[in-house]
Design a protein around this ligand. Structure first.
Ligand SMILES: NC(=O)c1ccc[n+]([C@@H]2O[C@H](COP(=O)([O-])OP(=O)(O)OC[C@H]3O[C@@H](n4cnc5c(N)ncnc54)[C@H](O)[C@@H]3O)[C@@H](O)[C@H]2O)c1
Length: 270
């Protein structure tokens, strides 16, 4: 209950999936939360639900909407959080997208640019606005990358290129912020059970042999890609790692690229 006591944490992509799990996990351990997600009715409802859940844990929360491609909007959202909760201790740059896959030479310009804009420039905006509001000494920045940086799959070059780019951003930041005792690490999940992969389009792509594939059909395929006998990790497995990297337990851990993937990256057969 006290691993994050007194700390203020900014999390992007907080309305669902990994981001929501991080918000709850860190609040459970005493953090106050600035939760940001893209504008729209879906976010308003989901962020209101998240805020209620954080308050139930007796923690403070500020929710805000901003498209991370819009630096001014992100900076304003972060400012609103800091005005209410005080300077940030932790930035979790988590928001991201996996857009329509396809061979590198066939991916449309629009899909490529959107992937780079959201995943790379949006993450940089989060860092730019977030680091400006960190306490001057001490803190933790966590960048949500992917095993797409260590093991590429056909059809995902727009995503892989973006996640490699933000891993470079993270490692550069680790060099830049070390002297302020601010640690910067990247997380590299494999498949995570969130709407990003648990959706009809992904099911159809992974099981083209079936007319109406469901999650359990896809689980069979993905379980063949991991060392441990599971198809994917759960959001809590990623948020537990975020908790470690956000807390003082990892006080001398910086420049790490931490993989959480049930062995996906080390599996030689897929
Ligand atoms: N699910 C996986 O298999 C997996 C694997 C490796 C890495 N990741 C990474 O983990 C992170 C979280 O993904 P998830 O699995 O929870 O996916 P998700 O789709 O459930 O959540 C992504 C969140 O980011 C938000 N978002 C997207 N575009 C945004 C924008 N322009 N501005 C603000 N917010 C925006 C979405 O609204 C959503 O809340 C992403 O960076 C993703 O690339 C996911």
């Amino acid at each position: 209950m006290t691993r994050m006591a007194g700390k203020v944490v900014l999390i992007t992509g907080a309305r669902q999936g990994v981001g929501r799990s991080c918000a709850i996990r860190l609040a459970e351990q005493g953090a106050d939360i600035v939760a940001l997600d893209q504008p729209g009715p879906e976010s308003d409802a989901a962020l209101a639900g998240l805020a209620a859940a954080v308050r139930d844990l007796l923690r403070k929360v500020v929710v805000a909407t901003a498209d991370i491609r819009d630096l001014e909007a992100v900076a304003a959202a972060v400012q609103a959080g800091v005005d209410e909760l005080g300077p940030l201790d932790v930035v979790v740059a988590n928001a991201g997208i996996f857009d329509a896959p396809g061979p590198s030479w066939e991916i449309g310009e629009e899909v490529w640019v959107r992937s780079i804009d959201v995943n790379v420039t949006g993450t940089w905006h989060t860092v730019k606005a977030g680091v400006a509001q960190l306490n001057p000494i001490g803190g933790s920045v966590i960048i949500m990358s992917s095993t797409a940086t260590v093991k590429s799959h056909a059809g995902s070059s727009h995503y892989s290129a973006a996640k490699n780019a933000i891993t470079g951003l993270a490692m550069t930041l680790a060099n830049e912020l070390g002297e302020r005792s601010i640690r910067v690490n990247s997380l590299h999940p494999g498949s995570v059970a969130t709407p990003m992969i648990l959706n009809p389009a992904t099911f159809a792509r992974l099981r083209p042999d079936l007319e109406h594939p469901a999650a359990e059909d896809v689980a069979q395929v993905l379980a063949g890609r991991t060392l441990l006998p599971v198809p994917w990790v759960d959001p809590i497995d990623v948020s537990n790692a975020v908790l470690f990297l956000a807390s003082d337990e990892s006080r001398y851990v910086t420049g790490l690229q931490m993989v959480i993937d049930a062995g996906l990256a080390q599996q030689v057969a897929s």
